[in-house]
Write a new protein. Structure first.
Lengths: 472, 401
């Protein structure tokens, strides 16, 4: 099918897409004029605007078959009210209830709250389609891309590969997209130098394929490199069984900060070198512990091991402060803890970036500790910020590595303008880390809200509904 | 040759959550530089020309200007807050107050006030749900749903997804962790509160949604005497065109409404039916029997009947919940046993397969008037396959797990 989903600026149409052109068109969009228009014109306009967004990839006749004038809606019930009365009050008197009479304004306010936006639900049947659901779950940057993922076999439904974008999900269906594709779809693209690196990598690979000998050599090299990285660690561990933990920690911190602070315009090769150096250092420290499981084990234990080996300790005062702050946050707002926790790094990031006071204080402490090590064995205290930086560098190393073989810019970052379109409708339950989602139920309307994500107001929704109702 | 401007990426560091914060500080100067130069060069090249620029180029210029100025705010996200277009619009109309209003933070589309971005489950809440359903002291999906204020279907889905996540982790499959982190920063999330009361107060969603029944769409004029006590249950009977209940039944139901609801919810097959042939339907039940958590109504009734006895009420609620779980378990076991009894399993010694035969009742209801109903066995017997004909839709309608 030819892609007609263009986002032109001269004839703007809103699409299911995260493109910046689409965003600009959204800012320009106005409610269509209804004055001096016939009813037919109003309906036609509404329908054509709405269809450019809702199921633009679906043929008109196909959509007309899907359209249903029956709209699903729910009313949230309060068990207390249900228990209190059996509904007889509503039918008492002359049939409209005997209760207290509301004045006109109060009544209109109540009615506005009770208002169910049925006309916004016109395109609810399309939300059942697999390609639309993949887009709604934030696994693709447009429905067209989601459709491509489905056709290319990157989507499974209930564990089986499903190649039909028009598959209508049933309540309870679990669909999953290949995480690699999702990272590609939602991640920032590669920049020039990253592309160049990728090309070089591919070239190297293809050359290797051509000449098997060369490959063998490269393998040898690789293994040698791997061994090197292990051997020196072991050797060091043998040669210097008692390395000063403070020095090691200091070096680690410096490297971690370097990693965290370097911007994208630093050459990727350099960054890679830095990262590798850090990785090697961590491995070297950990290898001293003697247990090989630590290297493969999860990050938390690795980190604990590292700090224990280095005799690093959190500054207790700060720790208490932080705990208090967390408690306050928990009590205060319904905001996510995760986001709160992730907001905190603002400070360490800034500190790491311009090497402000905490960094200097740390080096000072290190110097003191190095000068007279016997005096205080536990002076290698780290502030929370420094702890965070170290830990984050390790998380980074594991979860979001630099890898030029990937089709997206690494380390992964969300693509531009993604946040303007980021929402997950209620009829889906999404687990983003495995890129899987469950279609819980069909979308419904409820008082004051509709679950069908649509950029259009009531005029368009009602007009489109009336247009399709005509053909029934 | 004009000086080349190095295209600085807005986001600079490695971690998404660090990058986003730094980007907001770093973005504005670096972004605003780029498009302005491009527009300037456009302008320079056409200073001598009298031909008006085509409309498309004008829009393009406008777009890049907008992206450089106002739109630059939407370029990267701010952790812990949504970043929608409505925010810009509200700020333009009402200033900073508008930019922090609820509408600005929840409506992704400025023209549609009826669609709002709703919370998703935070990582901790999700894990808590999984732990409560599958952990040491297992709780039923129903109980967990009430405790945490999450819909039952969502609870079940969360358990499935967390199980899948665990399996993928154990298989060392690649996860999209930086992506998940970024999404959880962009979208509002419901946290896990330490205080269960708070969890219920700031519930994730309403758990007692009553689906609007098709029969209630009709507007019926139904005159009744003023002296009659006309309840929800009576209204349901009117909607489904069932005759009114006799006085004795009505009085019995009024005396013990909980028992009537229990009958309807525990034995849905025994609900009274009306109509003939294809039009036969169950009598529409009142709202307290059709909501997902009828036991909460029973709890409130008990609380109203026994004010000032919270411990008693709590006990009543727990025993009721356990009783219901036991009943549901029994029913499931019975259904499985019935299924087992009705299937005849044959496993030949030399075969890898087990054949399962089930007796079929051959009646017009089960196989249709011509014996070829869509669910009937032997539906296609003697009928040529049409799946190569034009217009045959072969998209599967369901995928069995």
């Amino acid at each position: 099918m030819r892609n007609r989903a263009t986002t032109t600026l001269t004839n703007p149409k809103i699409r299911q897409s995260w493109s910046k052109y689409n965003l600009f068109n959204l800012t320009r969009m106005r409610t269509p004029q209804t004055s001096f228009r016939t009813h037919f014109q109003q309906k036609f306009k509404a329908k054509s605007i709405a269809r450019a967004y809702h199921g633009e990839q679906v043929r008109e006749s196909q959509w007309q078959r899907m359209f249903s004038s029956r709209i699903r809606s729910v009313i949230p019930m309060d068990p207390y009210n249900l228990a209190k009365d059996d509904g007889a009050g509503a039918a008492a008197g002359r049939g409209s209830g005997l209760g207290h009479q509301l004045d006109r304004t109060a009544l209109s306010i109540q009615q506005a709250k009770q208002y169910i936006p049925f006309s916004q639900m016109t395109f609810a049947p399309l939300e059942r389609r697999l390609d639309v659901a993949v887009f709604r779950a934030l696994f693709a940057s447009s429905t067209r891309q989601a459709r491509q993922f489905v056709i290319h076999g990157a989507v499974t439904v209930n564990g089986q590969k499903m190649r039909y974008p028009g598959y209508l999900l049933n309540p309870g269906d679990l669909f999953q997209v290949d995480p690699e594709r999702v990272m590609f779809a939602t991640g920032a693209p590669k920049n020039r130098s990253e592309r160049r690196e990728g090309r070089a990598l591919r070239k190297k690979k293809s050359e290797g394929e051509e000449a098997t000998e060369a490959e063998a050599q490269a393998e040898e090299k690789d293994t040698a490199a791997a061994e090197e990285s292990k051997e020196p660690a072991e050797e060091e561990a043998k040669d210097q069984p008692k390395e000063d933990p403070r020095k090691v920690l200091k070096g680690l911190m410096a490297q971690a900060k370097n990693i965290m602070s370097t911007s994208q315009d630093v050459l990727p090769a350099k960054r890679k070198q830095e990262l590798r150096g850090f990785q090697r250092a961590v491995r070297r420290v950990l290898s001293r512990s003697g247990s090989s499981t630590v290297l493969t084990d999860n990050l938390e234990s690795q980190f604990a091991e590292l700090t224990q080996l280095l005799k690093a300790k959190r500054a207790e005062k700060k720790k208490d402060d932080r705990r208090g702050g967390n408690d306050r946050k928990d009590a205060r707002s319904p905001k996510s803890e995760a986001s709160d926790a992730q907001k905190q790094p603002d400070a360490p990031q800034a500190a790491a970036a311009d090497k402000a006071q905490p960094g200097e204080a740390l080096t000072e402490a290190f110097r003191q500790a190095a000068e007279n090590p016997e005096q205080e064995p536990d002076t290698s205290e780290l502030t929370d910020e420094e702890f965070d930086v170290l830990k984050r560098a390790m998380v980074q190393m594991r979860d979001n590595p630099i890898d030029h073989s990937k089709p997206y810019g690494t380390p992964w970052q969300p693509r531009e303008f993604m946040s303007a379109f980021a929402f997950v409708p209620r009829y889906l339950e999404v687990n983003h880390s495995i890129c899987a989602a469950v279609y819980l139920r069909h979308p419904v309307a409820r008082p004051g809200a509709s679950e069908v994500p649509s950029p259009f107001g009531e005029v368009v929704g009602t007009g489109a509904f009336a247009w399709y109702l005509r053909r029934r | 040759m004009p000086p080349r401007i190095h295209n600085q990426r807005v986001t600079n560091s490695l971690l998404p959550y660090l990058s986003s914060t730094s980007s907001t500080t770093a973005s504005s100067p670096s972004i605003s530089r780029l498009p302005s130069t491009s527009t300037a060069s456009n302008g320079n090249s056409r200073t001598f020309s009298t031909t008006p620029a085509p409309q498309s180029r004008k829009w393009r210029t406008d777009m890049f200007q907008w992206l450089a100025k106002e739109g630059s705010e939407l370029k990267s996200h701010v952790p812990g807050r949504t970043n929608y277009l409505t925010r810009l619009k509200e700020r333009r109309l009402r200033g900073e107050e508008g930019a922090n209003s609820k509408a600005a933070l929840t409506h992704p589309f400025p023209l549609n006030p009826y669609f709002s971005a709703e919370n998703i489950l935070s990582e901790e809440l999700r894990n808590e749900i999984h732990a409560r359903v599958t952990g040491k002291n297992k709780k039923s999906v129903r109980a967990v749903s009430v405790e945490l204020g999450v819909d039952m279907r969502r609870v079940a889905a969360v358990v499935r997804l967390v199980e899948l996540e665990k399996r993928m982790k154990s298989q060392n499959k690649q996860l999209a962790l930086p992506y998940a982190r970024a999404v959880h920063e962009m979208v509002p999330t419901t946290p896990l509160y330490k205080d269960p009361e708070m969890q219920r107060k700031w519930a994730h969603e309403s758990i007692n949604d009553l689906p609007v029944h098709k029969l209630t769409n009709a507007q019926i004029f139904h005159p009744i005497p003023e002296s009659r006590h006309f309840t929800r249950a009576d209204a349901g009977r009117v909607f489904s065109a069932a005759p009114a209940q006799d006085h004795a039944t009505a009085a019995a139901i009024a005396a013990d409404p909980t028992a009537a609801v229990d009958r309807a919810t525990q034995q849905p097959g025994r609900i009274e039916r009306v109509g003939k042939g294809d039009f036969e339907t169950q009598v529409l039940q009142p709202a307290e029997a059709r909501i997902p958590h009828p036991h909460l109504v029973a709890l409130e009734r008990h609380r109203l009947a026994h004010p000032g006895e919270p411990r008693e009420t709590n006990k009543y609620y727990n025993t009721r919940l356990q009783e219901q779980e036991r009943l549901e378990g029994e029913q499931r076991a019975q259904a499985a046993a019935r299924e087992e009894q009705n299937t005849n399993k044959v496993a030949p010694a030399a075969s890898r397969f087990e054949f399962r035969f089930r007796d079929v009742e051959f009646s017009e209801q089960t196989v249709g008037h011509d014996g070829r109903g869509s669910r009937a066995p032997g539906r296609r017997y003697g009928v040529p396959s049409e799946d190569r004909k034009k217009g045959q839709v072969k998209i599967p309608t369901r995928v069995e797990v």
